[in-house]
Design a protein around this ligand. Structure first.
Ligand SMILES: *Cc1c(COP(=O)(O)O)cnc(C)c1O
Length: 405
């Protein structure tokens, strides 16, 4: 406080506040909750506004805690910048908006995307005038035909699809996009920068739901868009103007969580690989979907794109007996958490027809290859023997006792 006062009202508002830290460095990034920032002279504020000097002015434009988190993930992704957003969905919305600003208002999307992404495309963006076409990303020739016809501003893909865990040939699809002057947006939530750095393959914008592996502890909702310098101005401008940015508390939690992302994710992938092998031999399990399985349709692509032995940390399987057994299995779990998410430190199980794919009719699900006995398992960091034992006992409960036995 520059002006002395004895008035308790003034003292309560100003005394002690805004003390610059002494000349020492905290070992972790403080949570800067301030919504606005000021400088010794107001001219400096103007310089900060115009980005002629580093420094924050207003938290919607940028915040030191959020900035630290953005820098952390951009470094992991080999990106020039990261823009943190309030959720994975707002990150997808931001990436699509950026890719279609001052370009053709048209997009071609892979046809087995996250349910809410499909809903955003068809129920929000299409009615607003975006031309949306879907194409089979697992049939690159057909995909290219659609791209050639639609001449989209961008194509939109996921690195591993949900819940059947298909892996599109990103290198080939990026080539197709480039040939037709389209940008490539990739939702890389399921691979994380530990397993794949799509920008290195020529992808233009990477999107993450921070909520999942990156924050990793089931206590943050957030997202991020990452890319190269060319797209930074439009992404930043849209983020600050539309305003769905990540708050400093969430940024702090995500920054803290992501410090152990490589450790957690390597452990989770290793656990998932073991579980997938065990499931394949379990009585009561009809089919296992896991890109590490040599019989998986995209196994070769996964081996080419991902580091040795890493195939993601989600395992999906079909139980014999359909819906009733699948629900019985989930209710029978004694350690895994029956919750709607992926990527947390704890193992989670989910029934897609009731959660991620609940908006689709059983017929539509069948067409996508999603049967009624399906279970999606997000493998956590627990001891793998405990995970396998929990699954084994819950599967055993779903097997009916022999009649008269
Ligand atoms: C969860 C998820 C989203 C949405 O992220 P939110 O943080 O829940 O908004 C988008 N894409 C994928 C692949 C996801 O798993």
């Amino acid at each position: 406080m520059r002006r002395p006062s004895k008035d308790p009202n003034t003292l309560a508002v100003h005394a002690g506040d805004r003390k610059k830290p002494a000349d020492c460095t905290p070992v972790s990034t403080p949570i800067h909750t301030a919504s606005s920032f000021f400088y010794d002279a107001v001219e400096e504020l103007e310089e900060a506004f115009e980005e002629r000097r580093p420094g924050s002015v207003y938290t919607r434009f940028g915040n030191p805690t959020t900035g630290a988190f953005e820098e952390q993930i951009a470094a992991l992704e080999n990106a020039d910048f990261g823009q943190a957003t309030s959720s994975g969905m707002s990150a997808l919305h931001l990436a699509i908006s950026a890719a279609t600003t001052d370009r053709r208002r048209s997009i071609v999307a892979g046809n087995s995307l996250y349910g809410q992404t499909m809903a955003m495309l068809t129920k929000v963006l299409e009615p607003q005038g975006l031309e949306v076409r879907f194409a089979d990303a697992f049939d690159p020739e057909k995909f290219e035909e659609t791209v050639a016809e639609a001449r989209p501003a961008a194509i939109l893909l996921e690195t591993i699809t949900n819940p059947l865990l298909r892996v599109p040939d990103l290198e080939r699809l990026v080539e197709i996009a480039r040939r037709h002057d389209a940008l490539t947006i990739v939702d890389a939530t399921f691979t994380t920068p530990v397993m794949l750095r799509p920008l290195d393959l020529g992808v233009d914008l990477v999107v993450h739901s921070i909520t999942k592996y990156i924050a990793g502890h089931g206590d943050v909702l957030g997202g991020m868009v990452l890319g190269r310098d060319e797209l930074q101005p439009v992404v930043r401008y849209l983020a600050r103007t539309v305003g769905a940015v990540l708050g400093p508390f969430e940024s702090f939690l995500a920054l803290r969580g992501a410090k152990t992302l490589p450790l957690r994710f390597e452990r989770q992938c290793a656990n998932a690989r073991i579980l997938a092998g065990e499931l394949a031999a379990m009585e009561g399990v009809e089919r296992v979907y896991f890109p590490g399985d040599p019989a998986h349709p995209d196994h070769e692509i996964a081996c080419r794109l991902f580091p040795d032995g890493m195939f993601g940390a989600v395992v999906t399987f079909d139980l014999e007996g359909g819906r009733e057994r699948a629900l019985g299995f989930i209710n029978g779990l004694e350690m895994a958490v029956p919750a709607t998410s992926v990527g947390d430190v704890h193992t989670m199980a989910l029934y897609p027809p009731m959660s991620t794919h609940r908006d689709l009719s059983p017929k539509h699900r069948q067409r996508l290859g999603i049967g009624e006995g399906i279970v999606r398992f997000s493998v956590g960091c627990e001891g793998v023997d405990d995970i396998v034992a929990d699954v084994r006992q819950a599967v055993a409960k779903t097997i009916p006792a022999p009649v008269g036995g």
